[in-house]
Structure formats: structure tokens, C-alpha cells
Design a protein around this ligand. Structure first.
Ligand SMILES: *[C@@H]1O[C@H](CO)[C@@H](O)[C@H](O)[C@H]1NC(C)=O
Ligand SMILES: *[C@@H]1O[C@H](CO)[C@@H](O)[C@H](O)[C@H]1NC(C)=O
Ligand SMILES: *[C@@H]1O[C@H](CO)[C@@H](O)[C@H](O)[C@H]1NC(C)=O
Ligand SMILES: *[C@@H]1O[C@H](CO)[C@@H](O)[C@H](O)[C@H]1NC(C)=O
Ligand SMILES: *[C@@H]1O[C@H](CO)[C@@H](O)[C@H](O)[C@H]1NC(C)=O
Ligand SMILES: *[C@@H]1O[C@H](CO)[C@@H](O)[C@H](O)[C@H]1NC(C)=O
Ligand SMILES: *[C@@H]1O[C@H](CO)[C@@H](O)[C@H](O)[C@H]1NC(C)=O
Ligand SMILES: [Zn+2]
Length: 923
């Protein structure tokens, strides 16, 4: 929902209203410390001291699904944490955020005990340290090394609608408002639910009990073991149900999950594992859980075999929530999703929805082993966890839906997407130093497109080099060795290295030598092949001008495995480019011979050729389909980096009139999108429209059933092909005449609505608006606001509106601000816009830009590159002359509102937020 034409200013207003209702919490027990913050006391450090390690938590939580007399929704709870003292200390530091504590013994916030005849020191002073999010207890004696103790606390917190920690979500079913209590602990919100050692390496067993209204269901990571109705005396609403759960395996606090709801479910059994899909009753009745249920068994089975480790829990729950911060979250045994990412409605969902569902489920289930069973020690190596899951998600989805060719889509959805960001000087390496990722917002910042998509791309490259068999052997050994523990990235390289040696794989260095160059330095190379001499060279690929200030421990040189072919001869082994320039005599060509490198784009690099080879390649349809897409993407980006002329880029599109495959078309449309963004207000616009229409018309006539149909209809209508307008307007009118029966195929709905409304009048607009209004009684959910605003920005007319809205009303600290910055500034290409960005930065940097800082730097750099590109190309007569005048008419179609954003049919250009350029939509 919420695509281009279903959006209006009214929507924007409601977003403002929804976002304004962020409640604040008053921490009554906070004792303000007048101490000196500059001194290095343990509680001013954001990292836990290495003194105490948790063993087991027993936590009881009671969320109230009706407001208290002040109108607040709260939860109460108590917790006992058993921990071991590793190093003598008289101080207990445990994470706690926005919780209020009851006074216990001696009016302290916690009560310390131990089993047996252990001397337990008394608590002399206890307080909440809000900036670093700790509960601190000062003791009157030392805890002894090697000894175990227990800390008991009682507390209350707010069940706020902030999508963080234990939170509240609302929906309406059969006219009745329903409340769901759900959790989002990752990365640092478990501490907002109960006091805990909230770092990924602090693994422990969690024994959860939930108290909840009778008639509701309580879920957590472990299976329900005892559901008993109880009465709590003297408490309003004291007739409740108590549900206890199997203790979790030893795991990180960020993987804990809690839900209280009135959902129903569908179930299946896969081996010893119970599979349940949970959703709103109505959605389950309508069969919307069936697709996820069908997929989960086969995907779990695939990963058990892939990792060669059985699924370690007795059940696998997956639940669709009305409001969820991320697209999905891999809580062990209870994975949570936004509704759109888990549910599939056979009546209204498109192929694209189905593919997104399959890949996201596979991504989350992959984490049950890689991430949950074995966890990275700290957030500076998030990329390994997320990159890995993103890569194997394609393998899992392919297993579940073998006819879709899902594996190839990684090139569009991850490689191309991250190339765009990693080609900027403001990019960053995959791995960061541990001490540079400390503050909660620095942790959140790690979950960007680099971690997910570049991570996926370099792991795919490595797997290709070692062969999938050897890769999996090393991987399985790593997971078995570190099960229930924590690792650093080099642990994986070591296990892969052992597999390499066992199998006699020949590499130009160790796995670590090769991977360090891709992981520890940002960016990627462009490999240039001169087929007249056989000279092959590499250099750091940057869209802007090279920045001498950029430093790398490897001097921006990579060890590059090049898979290549000469005419039809595919070389079996990759050829390694190990330095800046080398010769490969075999790559020299004569006569009609041509060379194609980076077959199937298994390597994370771009390729440039001498002119003669480019010319020969452009005439080839025999090269693999992925490489047809890649030639277009490479040429367009080489042009943006001034390494080939823009005319060369446009020439790669001429063959499209003969192309029928989805991947090359999507690649071309993504790249033409840049031309549209930059040029749709210039004199080049008319000829460009004519040219694109001439390319897409054969496709329009060829296709009407599959993926590419959406592209065909979208491009044909937006370039003004009359038959296309007649088709969409006709379909739309049928629907308007009989609003209860929508005959438009779900795959085509979005594009038909957009083009019919663009070509139509007020009647069409009102019809769509009316519908989206009534279908969405509370208009737009907070999690969808980003999509709405970026959709507005993608329209020529909406751009200014969106920017003003973002800067005046939205505020830097708002939900997903970083993603919004990238989306809203995509077409910035004038000096005035650059100035606006600079002013925005200046006005806000004092207060701190938080996680938006990186996004703003990227926007600045991209805008500068755009200005430069436009100066070079706008008045380029060559550019106009290269566009063949096939249509005979060059008059600009005045009816067009030009939906300038290419709607993706398949998985969106996304991860933490769909449709947004720089963040991912699932964890
Ligand atoms: C924790 O709270 C629950 C519910 O109020 C109560 O039944 C339980 O006894 C408490 N636990 C402890 C250790 O006091
Ligand atoms: C569940 O808890 C109740 C109350 O503590 C107890 O009487 C009952 O035996 C338990 N049932 C199971 C199956 O453990
Ligand atoms: C789920 O699988 C069943 C049985 O194979 C099949 O009939 C049904 O169409 C599938 N549902 C979806 C939504 O794929
Ligand atoms: C899978 O694990 C089992 C036992 O852990 C081992 O015997 C077997 O060789 C492994 N299979 C593969 C393909 O590595
Ligand atoms: C390239 O990918 C295609 C699938 O798109 C596959 O059929 C082909 O075997 C791959 N080619 C090579 C050389 O790996
Ligand atoms: C799509 O193609 C089929 C078969 O080629 C044809 O019967 C049908 O009429 C076409 N539909 C449209 C909307 O062009
Ligand atoms: C589109 O519809 C108009 C009006 O109904 C008609 O005159 C025209 O011939 C149609 N064009 C095509 C290409 O079908
Ligand atoms: Zn993930």
C-alpha cells in the first residue's frame, strides 16, 4: 500500500498527528547523582565491566492491556538474576532503562542473596544511572571471584506504543479495539523490560512467566509449559492467567521475545519441531497464514541440512504484528514480522509480496543458527551476521520456491543497491573497531545497507571461490564449535581455512588475507580489461573525484577473483588479479572475439573494457542474463564516475527492444531512473520519453503475465504509449463502475492505479483516495510513514513538499530519520538544494544528528556528484543525438504526471525499510 498515487497531503497531516503522540515516561525513582561525570567511574562507561556474568534469569511480567487511572498502559514485573562473579568487585552494574523500582530491603532498589553459606555483602547505596542506562548497587563488601549470587528486583515500566522493549500495539477487529503487547529487544531494549546484562556476549538462560488477562494468549521463546488461571487478591483485574515457558537455551538478551494477544494460529509439524503461524483472527480465517506455514517447514529442513545441525528448539513460532519497528526480527523460537512480510493474501497480494515473504522468512530462519546459536561478540561485526543471513536467504527461498530463479535476484536487490552507496567517499568498511561502536545510536547505525548487502555480496563471492560444498563444511564446523557461544569474525575465517586445506583448494593467500581486503577497507574496485593488449588493472571505484584524504590499510588494492569467458568459452577457474596492473595474455582478442568478465557477477567489483570490446559485447544476447543486466549497470555507473562517456551508457540500452528478461530490464530501468531524476525538467526529457517508449513497446506486446509485465505497463504508460493508457483506463473504469469487484490482477494494481490516476481526472483521484481512506481507518501506521514521505518525494511536484515537511515538522530524532533523508534527497541536483542540505546540517549538528549523520553525509556527497553530472550532461548534444528518434514525434506528452519512481515488481529495493535506499527492513 501507500505507493505513488495513493498519497496526498492529507496523509502527510495524519503522519504528523500519529508521530506527535509519543509519550514520555517519568522515572520516579531516579536518584540524581551529583558526582563528577568526567572521572572514569564504571557507571559512566557504556560497556559493562568484566566483573559479573549472568547465568540464568527468572522473570515474571504482567502487562496491563487496559490503561491505569492516569491513562497510562504499564507492566509490572519481578526478576531474579543469578550471576557469577568473575573478578572481585563491590559494585553491581546491570542495564536498566526507563524502569521504576520498588524499594526492598533497607530501601534499596535490589536485594542480593546467594545459596549456601556464602557471605553476602549488603547494599549500601543504589541508584539509576540514566545516561548510560544502568541500575547501580554499591556494596559494603566484596563479591568473591568464582562465586554465584542472585539479585532480586521488582519494577514497573510503561507499555508504550514506541515499538521498543515491551510495547503496545493496537488494531481494530469487528469494530472492537484490540491491544497486543509485543517486544522488540534488539539491539538494546531488553533493558527497558527488566534489568539485565544487555550485551550480546552476556548469554544466559531465560525462564519467563507471563501474567495476562484471561482469554488472551501468551507467547515467548520457549514452548508454553503451564497455563493456569489464578487470582491476584486486591488488584483490579486480578482474575488472570499465568503462562510459564520452557527455559530458553543459553542466548543473548536481544533475542528474548514476549507477546500477549488475542490471535489465532495455524500449525504444522516438521520432524520434531512444531511450527505455528500467528496472526489476527480475521487474517488467519482468510487463509493469510497458509503461505508462510507452507514455506517454513521446507526452509527449516533446508537449513538443518545446510548447517548439518538440527533446529535446537521444540517449536518455531512466527507472528505478524500490526506495528513493528523492523520488517522482521529473528527472536529465537518466536520470530516477529510486520504483517505484510509474513501474511500472504491470495486475493490481493502480488508476486512481489510473495517473493518478499519467502526471502524474509528464509533470512530470519537462517539466523536461528547463524546469529542465535552462534553470536558475534559485539555489534561492530553485525555485517557478518546480517550479510550471512541475507546471502543464505536466497538459498532458502530458492529451495522453497525452486521455479522462481530467486538466487539471481541478489544481483539486483543487494549487489546493485549497495554498489550505489559503497561508491561514495562517505562509505565505510564492513567491520568497525569495537571501541567505535558504543552508544546505542552507534549500534543502530551498524544495520545499514553496507552490512546487509555488501556483507551478502562478499560472502557469496567467497562461497563461489571455495565452492558451496567447502564453504558449508567450514561453516558447519564453526557453528558446531561455537554453539551457544560468541565469536569474532576471524573465527569464521579460521574454520573456513581449515576446510580449504582439507579439500586442497588453491588460493593466492589465506581466507583471512583475501577477506580482510574486502572487509577492512571500504568501497570496491573497478577492473579494467584492455583486450587489445591483455592488460588488466584495478582501482578504487568512486562516483565523485578521488579523495586523497581517504586512507586504507591495504591502499585500496584487492585480491580479485575474476571469472571470465572469451566468446563462448567459460574458464573453469577464476583468474586472480593480485596487484594494480597485470597481464593476462589469454584476455587478448583478435577479430570478432570478445571477453566478458565477472560472470554472473559473483565478484564484488565493476568491469570496464576498451572501446572495441564494449562495442562487441553490446551486440551479444548470448552472454548470461545476469551479465546483460550488469553491462548496463556498469556502463551507467562508469559514466557517472566519468570513466566512459554517457553515450556509452545509453548505448547499452539500445538492445533492450530485443530483451524479454526481467533482470536486465529492471537494471536498465533502475539506471534510467537516475536520468529521469536529473533530467525530467530539461529539454532532454521529451526525446528521452520517445526513446524509452520505442524500447518498451515490443516488451509491452510480448508480455502480459509475468514479472516483467509490471515494468512493461509502467514504462509504456509513463512514456505515453496510447494503447497502454487505453488498457489501464479501461480496467480502472470497470472497477469504478463496480467498486466491490476489482478485476485488476494484484500484480498490476499499483501500476494500473498510478497510471490511470495520472492520466485521469478528479473522479479517478477521488475514487482511489476514498478507498485508501476507508481501508485505512487510522490512515498510516508509524512504521509506514517513511514509505509515504519518500513516495511523495519521488514525484516531481512532491519533492519540495516532502523536504519542507521533513525539515520543519519531522525532527532529527524521529523514527527512521536516516532512511527519510536518503529517500527525500534522491533527486537533489542543484546548487540551491545543496545549500539547503548544508544549512540543515549546520542547524542540526550542534544538537547532534545521531544515526542520521551518515545518511546526511551521503546525501551531501550524492548531491555534489549529481550537480557535477548534470553540468556535464545537461547540454550534451551527444546525449540527445544518441537517443534514436524512432517514434517520429517529439512532442512532450502533456498529460503525464510522470511517476518517476520505478515500481519494483519483486523484492523491493530494501532491507531495514522497504523502498528506502539506505537501510534494511529486517534484522
Ligand atoms: C513475582 O510476581 C508474581 C506476580 O505478582 C508473583 O506471583 C511472584 O511470587 C513474584 N516472585 C517473587 C520471587 O516474589
Ligand atoms: C501448573 O501449575 C499449577 C499451579 O502451580 C500446578 O498445580 C500444576 O501441577 C502445573 N501443571 C503442570 C502440568 O506442571
Ligand atoms: C499451501 O500448501 C497447500 C498444500 O500443498 C496448497 O494447497 C496451498 O495452495 C498452499 N497455499 C499457498 C498460499 O501457497
Ligand atoms: C554432519 O554431522 C555429522 C555428525 O555431527 C557427521 O557425522 C557428518 O559427517 C556431517 N555431514 C556432513 C555432510 O558434513
Ligand atoms: C550463471 O547463472 C545462471 C543462472 O542464472 C546459471 O544457469 C549458470 O550456470 C551460471 N554460469 C556460470 C558460469 O556459473
Ligand atoms: C495476454 O496474452 C494472452 C495469450 O498470449 C492473450 O490471450 C490475452 O488476451 C493477453 N491479454 C492482454 C491483456 O493483452
Ligand atoms: C485508445 O482509445 C481511443 C478512444 O477510445 C481510441 O480512439 C484509440 O484508437 C485507442 N488507441 C489505441 C492505440 O488502441
Ligand atoms: Zn537479519
Amino acid at each position: 500500500m501507500g505507493k505513488c498515487c495513493q498519497v496526498s497531503k492529507l496523509c502527510v497531516l495524519s503522519v504528523v498527528l500519529a508521530l506527535a503522540s509519543v509519550t514520555t515516561i517519568v522515572t520516579v525513582w531516579t536518584v540524581m547523582l551529583t558526582g563528577n561525570y568526567a572521572s572514569a567511574t564504571p557507571w559512566t562507561s557504556y560497556r559493562l565491566p568484566a566483573t559479573l556474568v549472568p547465568i540464568r534469569y527468572s522473570v515474571t511480567l504482567w502487562p496491563r492491556l487496559t490503561p491505569d487511572p492516569q491513562g497510562l498502559y504499564v507492566f509490572t514485573g519481578n526478576s531474579t538474576v543469578e550471576f557469577e562473579c568473575e573478578k572481585e568487585t563491590d559494585l553491581i552494574l546491570i542495564h536498566s532503562n526507563k524502569l521504576n523500582y520498588m524499594a526492598l530491603d533497607n530501601k534499596q532498589l535490589g536485594q542480593l542473596s546467594a545459596q549456601g553459606d556464602v557471605v553476602v555483602p549488603g547494599v549500601t547505596f543504589s541508584w539509576l544511572e540514566a545516561p548510560t542506562q544502568y541500575l547501580v548497587l554499591q556494596l559494603n563488601g566484596m563479591l568473591a571471584g568464582g562465586q554465584r549470587y542472585r539479585l532480586y528486583t521488582e519494577f514497573t515500566g510503561e507499555l508504550a506504543d514506541d515499538l521498543a522493549g515491551f510495547y503496545r500495539s493496537e488494531y481494530v477487529e469487528d469494530g472492537v479495539k484490540k491491544i497486543v503487547a509485543a517486544s522488540q529487544m534488539h539491539p538494546t531494549h531488553a533493558r527497558k523490560t527488566f534489568p539485565c546484562f544487555d550485551e550480546p556476549a552476556m548469554k544466559a538462560v531465560f525462564q519467563i512467566t507471563l501474567i495476562h488477562p484471561r482469554g488472551t494468549t501468551a507467547l515467548s521463546n520457549g514452548m508454553e509449559t503451564n497455563i493456569t488461571d489464578i487470582s491476584v487478591d486486591g488488584v483490579v483485574g486480578g482474575n488472570v492467567t499465568r503462562t510459564t515457558f520452557e527455559p530458553t537455551p543459553r542466548m543473548s538478551s536481544y533475542l528474548l521475545a514476549l507477546v500477549v494477544c488475542e490471535y489465532s494460529n495455524v500449525t504444522a509439524q516438521q520432524g520434531d519441531t512444531l511450527i505455528r503461524i500467528w496472526a489476527r483472527r480475521r487474517a488467519i480465517e482468510e487463509g493469510q497464514g497458509a503461505y508462510a506455514l507452507n514455506l517454513t517447514g521446507p526452509i527449516l529442513q533446508f537449513f538443518q541440512e545446510y548447517y548439518n545441525i538440527t533446529y535446537p528448539l521444540s517449536k518455531s513460532d512466527q507472528i505478524a504484528l500490526p506495528d513493528f519497528y523492523f520488517g522482521a526480527m529473528e527472536n529465537w523460537g518466536l520470530v516477529m514480522y510486520r504483517e505484510t512480510h509474513l501474511l500472504y493474501d491470495p486475493v490481493t497480494s502480488s508476486n512481489g509480496n510473495r517473493e518478499t515473504t519467502a526471502t524474509i522468512i528464509a533470512h530470519e530462519l537462517a539466523h536461528m543458527w547463524f546469529g542465535n546459536l552462534v553470536t558475534l561478540r559485539w555489534w561492530n561485526e553485525v555485517w557478518l551476521n546480517e550479510g550471512f543471513a541475507s546471502y543464505v536467504a536466497y538459498l532458502g527461498a530458492d529451495k522453497a520456491e525452486p521455479t522462481w530463479g530467486v538466487k539471481d535476484l541478489i544481483v539486483l536487490d543487494d549487489v546493485h543497491r549497495v554498489f550505489a552507496v559503497d561508491a561514495l567517499a562517505s562509505s565505510h568498511p564492513l567491520s568497525s573497531r569495537e571501541d567505535s561502536v558504543v552508544l546505542p545510536h552507534q549500534i543502530s547505525e551498524q544495520f545499514d545497507v553496507i552490512s546487509y548487502s555488501k556483507g551478502a555480496a562478499v560472502l557469496r563471492m567467497l562461497s563461489d571461490l571455495l565452492s558451496e560444498r567447502v564453504f558449508v563444511q567450514g561453516l558447519s564446523s564453526y557453528l558446531n564449535h561455537f554453539a551457544y557461544g560468541n565469536t569474532v569474525g576471524s573465527d569464521l575465517w579460521e574454520h573456513l581455512q581449515t576446510a580449504v586445506e582439507l579439500n586442497g583448494v588453491v588460493l593466492p593467500g589465506t581466507v583471512q588475507d583475501i577477506m580482510n581486503r574486502w572487509v577492512l577497507q571500504m568501497g570496491f574496485p573497478v577492473v579494467t580489461i584492455d583486450t587489445t593488449t591483455g592488460t588488466v588493472s584495478q582501482r578504487h571505484f568512486l562516483l565523485g573525484s578521488p579523495e586523497p584524504s581517504l586512507k586504507s590499510p591495504y591502499n585500496y588494492e584487492w585480491l580479485i577473483p575474476i571469472r571470465w569467458m572469451k566468446v563462448r568459452d567459460v574458464q573453469t577457474d577464476p583468474w586472480w588479479l593480485k596487484s594494480n596492473t597485470e597481464k593476462n595474455i589469454d584476455m587478448k582478442t583478435t577479430g570478432d572475439e570478445w571477453v566478458l568478465a565477472n560472470i554472473n557477477v559473483t565478484g564484488y567489483f565493476r568491469v570496464n573494457y576498451d572501446c572495441g570490446n564494449w562495442d562487441k559485447l553490446l551486440a551479444q544476447l548470448v552472454i548470461p542474463v545476469i551479465n546483460r543486466a550488469q553491462l548496463v549497470d556498469d556502463a551507467f555507473n562508469l559514466a557517472r564516475a566519468n570513466l566512459v562517456p554517457s553515450t556509452r551508457a545509453l548505448q547499452t540500452t539500445v538492445y533492450l527492444s530485443a530483451e524479454r528478461q526481467y533482470i536486465p530490464w529492471q537494471s536498465a530501468l533502475d539506471n534510467m531512473q537516475y536520468f529521469y531524476l536529473m533530467l525530467d525538467r530539461t529539454e532532454v526529457y521529451g526525446p528521452m520519453q520517445d526513446y524509452m517508449r520505442s524500447l518498451v513497446t515490443p516488451l509491452y506486446h510480448h508480455y502480459n503475465t509475468t514479472y516483467n509485465q509490471v515494468n512493461a505497463v509502467h514504462m509504456s504508460c509513463s512514456t505515453g504509449l496510447e494503447e497502454c493508457h487505453n488498457l489501464t483506463s479501461g480496467l480502472f473504469r470497470q472497477w469504478m463502475n463496480n467498486a466491490t469487484h476489482n478485476a485488476i490482477h494484484p500484480n498490476l494494481r499499483s501500476v494500473v492505479y498510478c497510471s490511470a490516476v495520472a492520466a485521469g481526472g478528479a473522479a479517478e483521484w477521488d475514487f482511489v483516495w476514498l478507498l485508501s481512506y476507508t481501508l485505512q481507518p487510522n490512515m498510516i501506521r508509524k512504521q509506514d510513514a517513511t514509505t509515504v514521505i519518500t513516495s511523495i518525494a519521488s514525484n516531481r511536484e512532491g519533492q519540495t513538499l516532502a523536504w519542507d515537511f521533513l525539515t520543519d515538522k519531522y525532527g532529527v530524532g524521529s523514527f527512521n530519520f536516516a532512511a527519510l533523508i536518503s529517500g527525500v534527497t534522491a533527486r537533489f541536483s542543484t546548487a540551491a538544494e545543496l545549500q539547503q542540505l548544508k544549512e540543515f546540517k549546520a542547524n542540526n549538528s550542534a544538537a547532534g544528528l545521531g544515526s542520521a549523520e551518515a545518511a546526511l553525509e551521503q546525501a551531501l556527497e550524492r548531491t555534489e556528484a549529481n550537480i557535477h553530472w548534470l553540468q556535464q550532461n545537461k547540454h550534451d548534444e551527444m546525449l540527445i543525438s544518441v537517443i534514436p528518434d524512432k517514434s517520429g514525434e517529439r512532442e512532450r506528452d502533456k498529460r503525464q504526471m510522470v511517476p518517476t519512481v520505478t515500481k519494483r515488481v519483486t523484492k523491493n529495493a530494501s532491507s531495514k525499510e522497504k523502498t528506502i535506499a539506505s537501510t534494511k527492513s529486517y534484522v
